[in-house]
Design a binder for this molecule. Structure first.
Ligand code: FAD
Length: 420
């Protein structure tokens, strides 16, 4: 423990919660502010999958062709809403340049360090903090209808084995239904990743909030960050709609909304909101026991103890706040070919969230270049829950000037050079 001082974390999502936890643990007096309710941003209704095997970023060889094809396909799970928005087109351009084997591997290593460290930390946190979040460690299935698509994944499996030491088990259709009778007979099979875990994200955030408050962390809701007051290279206070708040250090964990703070931060964080949807229902009578992803329709299924969730789709549509019924229907349609009971009434919640997407698939976890006592932790793409503990730990290490538990280089903000 060091006598650290006072820190304000801006953003009460899973990343802000993890930062608050590790900062409080190392002696900081912590306040978390959120412009809305704590835990009600993208961290609320996501699929809750803890996925150490998801090391590869979206920017991979062939991704540009797939994205262009998807643009001309009605109701594709991945869509780009064309519009005049230079930040979107620059982002897409930089994404396209990263779609090669070398950059994919480089991002994979950076992502793996966060994912693996977080996987271990999750085990410790759930037990140590008594997080009531329906935590289960049952692995994850990639289920395929078509034999061709299933075998085509073999080259990804080989790459993950050879270069990242991540191995999946190959199950044929008969083995699959033996393990998971909720699935229909006649599917091609599945790749099974035994290390994965899952939780219920809304329960996680409300339980984590309780534990943080128990240890003295203050949480202030409906408090919007509006700018910094700084002297030289140090921020002294933040201006909010509830007045000024002074502190010795600040963490910016504002997820997909971070680019709105670019001017205040004095640097450009290239994040696009990647809109995704989920539907939460009661558990069907024939509920799967293992979480699963159907790569052919890109739908994920999370069987939680108190419910059942279908989630997915990716829409680069800017900060669009509409709940598009066609996108929600895609989730149901995408689960139907695989499961005996793909959904169950009554629907408890229909939800969308903006994933904080960087073009390289790697988050920013770094000091703000112009203010040495401000750390940015944002851009966790499709894996913010899975990467959150290691992110929080690294943020605390940066502010404590202690040696980082994983190499911090890949998460530097300076990797984004102009034009942004
Ligand atoms: C359909 C879907 C499924 C997903 N499934 C998974 C999964 O299975 N596993 C996984 O790991 N990840 C998953 N994700 C991704 C994951 O949800 C995100 O990566 C993660 O929630 C990002 O967390 P965050 O804390 O950065 O952002 P958020 O949870 O959005 O939190 C940011 C907070 O900052 C606040 N804020 C913003 N601006 C200001 C301001 N100016 N002042 C004050 N407060 C501000 C916001 O109100 C918000 O509460 C999924 C996402 C979607 C959409």
């Amino acid at each position: 423990m060091n006598a650290a001082g006072r820190v304000v974390v801006v953003g009460g999502g899973v990343i802000g919660a993890a930062c608050a936890h590790f900062l409080a643990e190392t002696g900081w007096t912590v306040e978390v502010i959120d412009q809305g309710r704590f835990g009600h941003g993208c961290s609320h209704g996501n699929c809750g999958l803890i996925v150490p095997s998801h090391v590869l970023p979206l920017a991979e060889p062939g991704a540009v062709r797939a994205a262009i094809q998807a643009m001309f396909q009605k109701n594709a799970p991945f869509t780009i809403r064309p519009r005049f928005d230079p930040s979107l087109w620059t982002w897409l351009g930089r994404f396209a340049l990263r779609c090669n084997a070398r950059d994919m591997r480089e991002a994979g290593r950076a992502r793996q360090n966060l994912l693996q460290s977080s996987r271990k930390l999750w085990d410790e946190l759930v037990v140590g903090q008594r997080l009531d979040c329906e935590w289960e460690h049952r692995g994850l299935l990639f289920v395929y209808h078509s034999h061709t698509a299933m075998e085509a994944y073999g080259h990804v499996d080989q790459l993950l084995r050879d270069e990242f030491n991540v191995a999946a088990e190959h199950w044929d259709g008969d083995e699959l239904v033996q393990h998971e009778p909720a699935l229909k007979v006649g599917l091609a099979g599945a790749w099974y990743y035994p290390q994965e875990a899952h939780l219920r994200p809304d329960r996680l955030l409300s339980s984590w909030r309780q534990r943080l408050e128990d240890r003295g962390v203050q949480i202030r809701e409906y408090c919007q960050f509006k700018g910094f007051l700084h002297k030289g290279s140090r921020a002294q206070a933040i201006v909010t709609n509830q007045g000024e708040i002074t502190a010795h250090a600040f963490v910016v964990a504002t997820g997909a909304l971070t680019p709105r703070l670019n001017r205040d931060l004095g640097c450009r964080i290239p994040i696009q909101p990647g809109k995704g949807y989920s539907v939460t229902m009661p558990r069907p009578a024939r509920c799967p026991t293992t979480p699963m992803i159907f790569p052919e329709t890109r739908v994920a299924v999370t069987p939680m103890q108190s419910g059942y969730r279908l989630g997915s789709t990716m829409e680069l549509a800017g900060y669009d706040e509409t709940l598009n019924r066609n996108r929600l229907q895609l989730l149901r349609d995408g689960a139907r070919p695989y499961l005996h009971e793909p959904y169950c009434d009554p629907v408890e919640e229909e939800w969308f969230g903006w994933r904080p997407m960087t073009f390289d698939g790697v988050p920013v976890i770094d000091r703000c270049p112009q203010m040495e006592n401000v750390v940015i932790a944002a851009g966790h793409n499709m894996e913010g829950v899975a990467m959150s503990p290691a992110t929080g730990k690294l943020v605390a290490e940066l502010l404590n000037n202690s040696s980082p538990h994983i190499p911090p280089g890949p998460y530097r903000v300076t990797r984004f050079r102009w034009p942004w």
